[in-house]
Write a protein that binds this ligand. Structure first.
Ligand code: TRP
Length: 452
């Protein structure tokens, strides 16, 4: 690979397992365990789940393949990938959407990741409160409105950028290899535990039994946003990571495996949360607080609850790091490739922007709670703008670009590794990218804006 002056050769994930672990590491995170249950809770459970699954299969996997093809085929960041494939035209501007969205997401994400640090430490010290709905709620409120949350946001961001500065393959790949399987096992153990809860049937019915009367445009948009968020799509994250893939990595099977694992983790999280919600007579519509108020109950049911709680929040914290690392990589690889900054400078620059955004979001539960725009605090606004607007728009542009603007042979070469194996679904993938994905995203979008 050609070296840019003053830069190291582009890193490559060492093994196939490592590449999948890094992709799964990026996609599995707070999006699955914190965001999915609360979105499902707000949007009526089963109906949301069905929309979500359809979005993952019909829009998520094809767009992921498109991002992979662009990333591995060009070995560039999002901006550079568009530029290399279409030097003329304005396509590369969508790189800015990706970079902006990555900063918005990292800002609110670090705040929630900071909560996991606090809960982990509190559990380890045995001071987490298990005593009842009121106490859990109070405990959560005290945390998010206080200074500790701001401090943990900053600490989380520092850890994130230290890991990032270690580089892609060493830091990220190694961490993801060990942690992802461990998190999966722990979730399965908690699921078994959920089976014994009094609210098991009710919780499972809420999650799996669709009530189609609840299907509104905002539910469908929420499911689309959640699918893109959870699969880390729409802002060039997967594009950037796939630029570190080996030539013989199979793109379609990597996309399908990652989507399957990511979706399983979200469903496992739902199976853990909702039986507990109904067992303790809580409301599934608690929003971002849901997981943090419900999980202490789950742990209190287990022998050695504090130990489980500590381990769980530790893994959730690590899963968040592997996700924020992938978000940070978007802007860092942009600054390195396009602006020719050294990795160190690029990391510092990205970190500064992320710190500013993170502080704004952390303070939006305390001193800045009155500072709202469109009725939303910085935290909600960042989440809404990035997840429900920028990610679908980014995915839409990527689908159109690969479907219509890029040579068919380019996609074919990437999906078959230059003819080394067959990929019978090429036609279907292209059809999806040309017609289904853009139309569906557009319809959902216009519909939710009330324009349809
Ligand atoms: N997918 C991650 C999660 O579920 C979050 C994430 C990482 C992300 N990289 C992203 C979301 C890029 C959108 C785009 O927690």
């Amino acid at each position: 690979m050609k070296n840019e002056p003053g830069q190291k050769p582009r890193a490559i994930f060492a093994t196939r397992f490592g590449a999948i672990a890094a992709i799964v590491g990026s996609s599995v995170g707070l999006g699955n365990i914190w965001r999915f249950p609360y979105e499902a809770g707000i949007h009526g459970g089963g109906a949301f789940l069905i929309c979500y699954l359809v979005c993952v299969a019909l829009l998520g996997i094809p767009v992921m393949c498109a991002e992979f093809a662009m990333g591995r085929g060009t070995r560039r960041n999002i901006f550079g990938a568009y530029k290399k494939l279409r030097p003329t035209g304005k396509w590369q501007l969508s790189g800015y959407i990706g970079i902006l969205a990555s900063f918005l997401i990292i800002s609110f994400y670090s705040v929630v990741a900071g909560w996991t640090v606090e809960f982990c430490i509190q559990s380890a010290m045995g001071s987490i409160d298990f005593t009842g709905a009121e106490a859990n709620h109070e405990q959560f409120l005290t945390l998010i409105t206080g200074w500790r949350s701001v401090i943990w946001t900053v600490v989380f961001l520092i850890i994130n950028f230290v890991v990032v500065s270690g580089g892609v393959t060493k830091g990220i790949e190694r961490m993801a290899n060990v942690m992802m399987p461990l998190l999966f096992l722990l979730l399965i153990a908690f699921c078994v535990n959920a089976f014994f809860m009094p609210g098991f049937n009710e919780g499972i019915a809420f999650l799996f039994k669709p009530d189609f009367s609840k299907l509104t445009p905002s539910v469908i948009l929420g499911a689309l946003g959640q699918a893109f968020f959870s699969l880390s799509l729409g802002l060039g994250c997967m594009m950037t990571y796939s630029s570190y893939f080996k030539e013989d990595t199979r793109l379609a099977s990597t996309a399908a495996t990652s989507a399957l694992l990511d979706t399983s983790v979200a469903i496992l999280a739902g199976i853990i949360i909702f039986p507990a919600v109904f067992s303790f007579g809580l409301s599934p519509q608690a929003g971002p607080a849901l997981v943090f108020e419900v999980l202490p109950y789950v742990f209190s049911q287990l022998p050695g609850g504090m130990m489980w709680a500590t381990l769980f929040f530790l893994l959730l914290f690590l899963a968040s790091i592997t996700s924020t690392v992938s978000m940070s990589e978007i802007s860092i690889s942009y600054f390195c490739d396009e602006k020719k900054l050294t990795r160190r400078k690029a990391t510092l620059l990205s970190a500064s922007v992320a710190f500013a955004g993170g502080l704004l979001c952390a303070l939006s539960f305390g001193p800045l709670s009155e500072a709202t725009l469109f009725g939303m605090t910085a935290f909600d606004l960042f989440d809404y703008t990035a997840s429900n607007i920028l990610l679908p728009v980014g995915g839409f542009i990527c689908a159109i670009f690969v479907g219509w603007k890029v040579d068919r042979k380019f996609l074919a070469n990437q999906m078959t590794n230059h003819g080394r194996h067959s990929f019978p679904l090429l036609g279907a993938l292209r059809f999806c990218l040309r017609f289904i994905a853009p139309t569906a995203i557009l319809l959902i979008f216009l519909n939710s804006l009330g324009l349809l």
